[in-house]
Design a protein around this ligand. Structure first.
Ligand code: SF4
Length: 422
């Protein structure tokens, strides 16, 4: 699919591996993760090792974690094939957020798989269950659903569809005359996925951990979440401005009465002497009581992509680039032992010049998933660069870690009893 006005590498259906993150973040207003890192209690490795590189409005999530107030974490998986190494990071991010107090939601994007990849409904179900088994094996506890079986989600998608037109979708996704109608339906269903926790359990901050290629969905959803609100609440320095967007008169009256001394104008109210957060909370409460959505604009984190085992892009269409969690041991061994390294062409050269771990898929496999201890990871990096560690033994040690991980993971997956759909 044509990515429309997206720069190379940011279409959800055509992510390239080489992404200039700094330029991308600057262009789309994504903040570097460092701006919120000090606010995150005991940040896990995916934050501290530079795997999660950017965010939108994560401060409100960090605050909810610190203050033990409600928040949600939601992500979706497209069940068009077996879950694999490339899915592991976002799964870990979701599980970590649920451990930090977030209520979890997992959308199995079977409509998207059927629309975009032509996956049969039967296979969608089969692969969907595999994804859920992986998540539960990693410790996930929360809600999960299939898009095609969630009628409240579909109603929300329809409501969201009233707030976007075809030219906006074309600008974001590059839709053209040949695009089937299933594509925009799939897109608006994903918008509804992101907003669904707030419909299901009430307005609260929501974080969506994604790869940067998914940002178009986030931008679209944030815009729609805003359009679905009855009011806009803005801090104007010396006062808080509450603007009505077709809110019923009685809702405007209630807000006016809730803040004695406020000034009422045609379509807006100015509130003085009350903190922005308190005004925003009260407006949200009144909006919800009057039948409005009162959604928080969703937050997001952006992780980088682990490269394929053979370099380049990790993709299920390139089987050597990854292993799935159902691959047999022989196939996994072969793939790991054939992984592209940052080693030199001869042993003598490697001892003299050292390896290049930052360009090595073996090292990155360890950094992303296989070595939890930072000191151990630093030692691999140091020994490689010093020429003390050679690629053969390094790959063998990595394979042992992969085997141990898979053995444990598969046992846990087998033991999972999937809950009823939420
Ligand atoms: Fe990569 Fe290990 Fe070789 Fe270094 S020694 S280049 S980390 S495989």
């Amino acid at each position: 699919m044509n990515a429309g006005n997206q720069p190379a590498g940011i279409s959800p259906w055509g992510a390239a591996q080489e992404v200039d993150y700094a330029a991308l973040f600057a262009e789309f207003g994504i903040e570097p993760i460092e701006t919120v890192l000090p606010d995150i209690p005991n940040p896990p490795a995916f934050f501290t090792r530079g795997i999660v590189k950017g965010h939108r409005d994560y401060g409100i999530i960090a605050k909810a974690i610190r203050e033990h107030t409600p928040f949600y974490v939601i992500t979706g998986f497209m069940p068009s094939g077996h879950p694999h190494l490339g899915h592991l990071m976002v799964m870990k991010e979701v599980v970590w957020h649920t451990r930090m107090g977030g209520k979890g939601y997992i959308a199995i994007a079977d409509r998207e798989a059927h629309a975009v990849r032509g996956t049969s409904w039967e296979d969608c179900r089969k692969y969907g269950e595999e994804y859920l088994r992986c998540l539960y094996a990693l410790g996930y506890r929360g809600v999960s659903y299939y898009q095609s079986r969630n009628s409240r989600l579909q109603d929300l998608a329809f409501e969201a569809a009233t707030k976007v037109n075809f030219s906006e979708l074309t600008a974001i996704y590059g839709f053209g005359p040949e695009t089937t109608l299933a594509h925009p339906v799939s897109v608006i269903t994903q918008v509804a996925d992101i907003l669904f926790p707030q419909l299901d359990a009430g307005p609260a901050p929501t974080v969506v951990p994604v790869g940067v290629d998914q940002d178009p969905h986030l931008r679209l959803t944030r815009g729609i979440a805003h359009k679905l609100r009855m009011f806009t609440v803005e801090d104007r320095g010396d006062h808080i401005s509450v603007r009505s967007k077709n809110a019923p008169d009685e809702a405007v009256d209630l807000i006016y009465r809730a803040f004695p001394g406020s000034k009422r104008y045609e379509g807006h109210i100015d509130v003085k002497g009350v903190p922005h957060e308190r005004v925003a909370d009260e407006v949200r409460r009144i909006e919800q009581a009057r039948g409005g959505c009162a959604f928080y604009t969703p937050s997001s984190t952006y992780h980088i992509f682990m490269p394929g085992l053979q370099g380049g892009k990790m993709s299920s269409s390139v089987p050597e680039s990854l292993f799935t969690f159902v691959d047999d041991d022989g196939s996994v061994s072969k793939k790991v032992m054939n992984t592209l390294t940052g080693g030199r062409s001869t042993v003598e050269e490697q001892r003299r010049l050292g390896g290049e771990p930052d360009r090595c898929s073996v090292y990155l496999l360890n950094l992303f998933h296989m070595v939890e201890d930072d000191a151990e990871l630093r030692e691999i990096h140091r020994a490689c660069r010093a020429g003390e560690l050679l690629c053969g033994p390094c790959k063998k040690a990595t394979l042992e870690r992969v085997r141990a991980f898979l053995k444990d993971f598969r046992e846990k997956m087998d033991a999972v009893v999937l809950p009823e759909e939420g």
